[in-house]
Each structure stands twice: as C-alpha cells, then as structure tokens.
Design a protein around this ligand. Structure first.
Ligand code: NAP
Length: 426
C-alpha cells in the first residue's frame, strides 16, 4: 500500500489546492498535492529556478510515487527542447562554415568565381579609336604618366582576369637559377623581381654603388647583387667564378647590361665608339662565353637588343651598330650552343620607361622632344613598361622551348606597323 506523502498529509485531501483552476494538459494527471501545486504554479509563472531547485527535492522526500513522478516530470520539462537545440546547433554550424568560407576566399584558398571573359574592343583606324575610346590613347603631353590600367594590356592583367590565371601558371620558377647582367635598374630589375616572385634564385650585376645598394634593398635577401663591370673582362671572369660558387648550374642568363648614348656622326669620338661597343657588344659576348659552361642542358640565354638594330634613327649609329652586332650574335651563338641543348634568343625593346633616358647624353629639352617623338611615332602611342619586356624575356627563357636564334620585338608594333595605322591593340 502506498504511504501518503509528508506534504500531502499536511494538506488534507478535501482542501482547495493552491494551484489555479486551469491546469495545462500535461499536468492534468498530476495528483493533487500542495507542494506539487506550488511547483506547478512556479513553472507556469516562469519561475524555473525554483522548480529546478525544489522538484528533485520533492521527488526525493515524498512517499507518494505519483507525486515523485509528477515532480520529476516537471523538472524534465525545464530542459531545452531537443528540436530547438538541434536547430540552434545547425545555425551555429552554418555560421561557422560561412566564416571559414569567407576566410578561405579572402586568403586565396578557393578558386575565384567564374568571370565573364574580357572582350577586346573592336579594332579599327586610329581615328576610330580616338572617337570611341579616347581613354585608351596616350595623353601626349604626359607620355611617362600614361595610365596603363586603361590599356587592353592593363585590362587583361587585372587581378582575376584570364590573363592573370595564365600568368600565375607561368610563374612557378621554384628551384630555377638565373643571372641578370645589369639587373639593378629598369628592365633587368623588373626581370629579377618577377623571377624572385616566382621562386627562382637570382644573381644580378651592376656597376654603380648607389643603384647596387638600392637593388639590394629592393630585391631583399633572396637575390645576390654583385658589382661587376661588363666592359671589364677580368670582372666577367670573376663573375663566372661567383656564379659557380653561389648558384652552381644556371637555367637562364639575361644578357641585359647596356648603355645608350646618342651622338651625331660628326661628334662621335674613338672613346665614345669603343665605350659603347665595350659594354653593349664585347661585354655581352664574353658574358655568354664565360657563363655558357655553367648553363645546364635545357637552359637558355636571352640577349637584350633594341628596335634600332632594324630602324634607322639619327644620332644612334654607334648604339644601333652595337645592338645589330648583338642580334647577329644571338643567331650564330644559338647555332653553336644548340648541340649542348642551350637556346639563345633576343628580346628587342622599343621605347621603354627606364632610367636609361636620363643617361642618353641629351640636354633636357632635347630629351623631352625625343620622348614625345618616340611616343607619336609608336603605333600604340605610348612607352612600354620594363615589366612588359621582362615578361617577354622570361617567356623566351622558360616557355619558348621550340624557339632559338629569334628576336622578339616588344615595341608597341614599332618595327611591324606604320605609326599612322592601327590603335592600342594589346
Ligand atoms: N629602355 C629602353 O627604351 C630600351 C630600348 C631598347 C633597348 N634597351 C636595352 O635594355 C637594356 C636595359 O636597359 P634599361 O632600359 O633597363 O636601362 P637602365 O635602367 O639604365 O639599366 C641598365 C642596367 O645595365 C647596367 N649597366 C650599365 N652599364 C654596365 C656595365 N658596364 N657593367 C655592368 N652593368 C652595367 C646598369 O647598372 P648601373 O646603373 O650600375 O650602371 C643597369 O643595371 C640595355 O641593354 C638597353 O640597351 C632599352
């Protein structure tokens, strides 16, 4: 027989219960008991702390199993709904996934979303371009401040564009070694930066202490910056030894060191003539001779020539001759080195914005006029950037595996088109 509970004994059965008349459906089967009713009241009023504390107490102390069951039932109802718990957990997990996705996207761990391919603007006459796409053309009064980002080249290489993807795939040069003569400024420096960014080990040379120091600071610890005058054969021998010691075998040599000094025929002196040939031609030739034994099979040389080896321009007779000789050497040396599996090519820049224009030996007004003339006579109506030549040189060095003895113009179409035709097509 069931013993009556202590609490129920203190409140006779016939007494009115303390609970309200209304009982929720789940409590309709609860026995009448003042202590239990107090707990039910507290539950209905939302005083869950009291129920949480006293329901187990009542279940323990009562002798009536029905009251104990009801007290425990009330206590159980305080626990959160498992469905609500599951929904809360699900929402939390979803939020976490979103945060992870956002973080991975921001840090480039996810492929970029597909984009519409860039459409090239229609080609046409220069007048057409002037009328419909004036922003693509150079402001002639500020050649060197040309807004590159508005050209097709700039558009194609905006981050995320298809060309960016191609470029990313092409710039994995981890484990490659390269030597760049004249790598402290201009085109050579741009090539060194691109190679380092692609993971290659790079040695660059130069003469001038100030630019050597600046290059050291700009290129960082990944690059070896060496003082070496390419006009001096002893320096070239020492360079070969340094390369052997620092890099061992080499994948790519960019024979880039060069000077450009212009002079009309009647003012050319023997010293002027010899100096240009000593740097641009003799230095380049012996650099190839001394470094060729260190270039591994499958490696390559790229010689930096110039459009002037094809275009006659007043005042450049000696400079142009040094570059024409270099272009010829690229062809002949490619035949000589082919049996060793080494390719030799040349890159031929048109007007490129580099410090070389401050060293032409022209007075400032003449220099400004020269730059204006170079801009106007160029089919793309602008100067090129050192990075554009560097990319072409690196293409010849690593990608153009079926090309040797060739010269690649990087000149805005200067050697191929008439200046008055065409527009900015690349
Ligand atoms: N920029 C153009 O428009 C253009 C056009 C056609 C061809 N190129 C050719 O591109 C090459 C690079 O020129 P750039 O425009 O980049 O000019 P740059 O900024 O003047 O660079 C020339 C580089 O060659 C180095 N150099 C010069 N004489 C040297 C010597 N005797 N020994 C060792 N290094 C020497 C310079 O170092 P220091 O500062 O220490 O002298 C510098 O690092 C040259 O061969 C040039 O003829 C340029």
């Amino acid at each position: 027989m069931v013993e009556p509970s202590e609490s129920s004994t203190s409140v006779p059965e016939e007494h009115e219960p303390a609970s309200p008349a209304y009982r929720p459906p789940f409590a309709r089967g609860y026995p009448r008991d003042p202590a239990l009713d107090r707990l039910l009241d507290a539950f209905l009023e939302g005083n869950h702390a009291l129920v949480f504390e006293q329901a187990p107490e009542l279940a323990r102390s009562t002798h009536d199993p029905a009251i104990a069951r009801a007290a425990l039932d009330l206590h159980r109802r305080l626990r959160p709904d498992p469905l609500a718990l599951a929904m809360l957990g699900g929402t939390g997990a979803l939020l976490l996934l979103l945060i992870l996705w956002f973080y991975a996207h921001r840090h480039g761990h996810l492929p970029p979303p597909p984009r519409r391919p860039l459409r090239a603007p229609p080609r046409g006459s220069l007048a057409f371009w002037r009328k419909h796409h004036p922003k693509f053309l150079t402001d002639r009064s500020s050649t060197l401040q040309y807004d590159h980002s508005r050209t097709m080249e700039g558009l194609a290489h905006r981050e995320g564009g298809p060309a960016t993807e191609r470029r990313k795939n092409m710039t994995n040069w981890a484990g490659k070694t390269a030597v760049i003569t004249g790598g402290t400024t201009g085109i050579g420096l741009a090539a060194a930066k691109a190679l380092l960014a692609g993971g290659a080990k790079v040695l660059v040379t130069g003469r001038n202490e100030a630019t050597l120091g600046a290059a050291r600071a700009e290129l960082g610890a990944g690059a070896i910056v060496v003082k070496s005058d390419t006009a001096n054969l002893a320096d070239i021998d020492a360079l070969a030894e340094r390369v052997r010691g620092e890099l061992g075998q080499v994948d790519f040599v960019f024979v880039n060191a060069g000077i450009a000094v212009f002079s009309p025929l009647e003012q050319v002196t023997e010293g002027f003539y010899d100096q240009l040939f000593a740097v641009n031609t003799r230095g380049a030739f012996f650099t190839v001779q001394k470094l060729a034994p260190l270039v591994r099979q499958g490696g390559s040389f790229v010689l930096n020539t110039s459009v002037v080896d094809e275009k006659g321009m007043p005042g450049t007779s000696v400079y142009a001759a040094t570059k024409a000789a270099l272009r010829s050497m690229a062809r002949t040396l490619s035949a000589e080195l082919l049996p060793r599996g080494i390719r030799v090519n040349a890159v031929s820049p048109g007007p490129i914005t580099t410090p070389i224009y401050g060293k032409l030996g022209l007075p400032p007004e003449a220099q400004a006029g020269f730059q204006q003339q170079m801009t106007e006579s160029n089919p793309m109506k602008r100067f090129g950037r050192p990075e554009e030549v560097a990319r072409a040189a690196l293409f010849l060095a690593f990608e153009a595996t079926y090309t040797t003895g060739a010269e690649l113009p990087v000149d805005g179409g200067l050697t191929q088109l008439l200046a008055s035709e065409g527009g900015p097509s690349a």
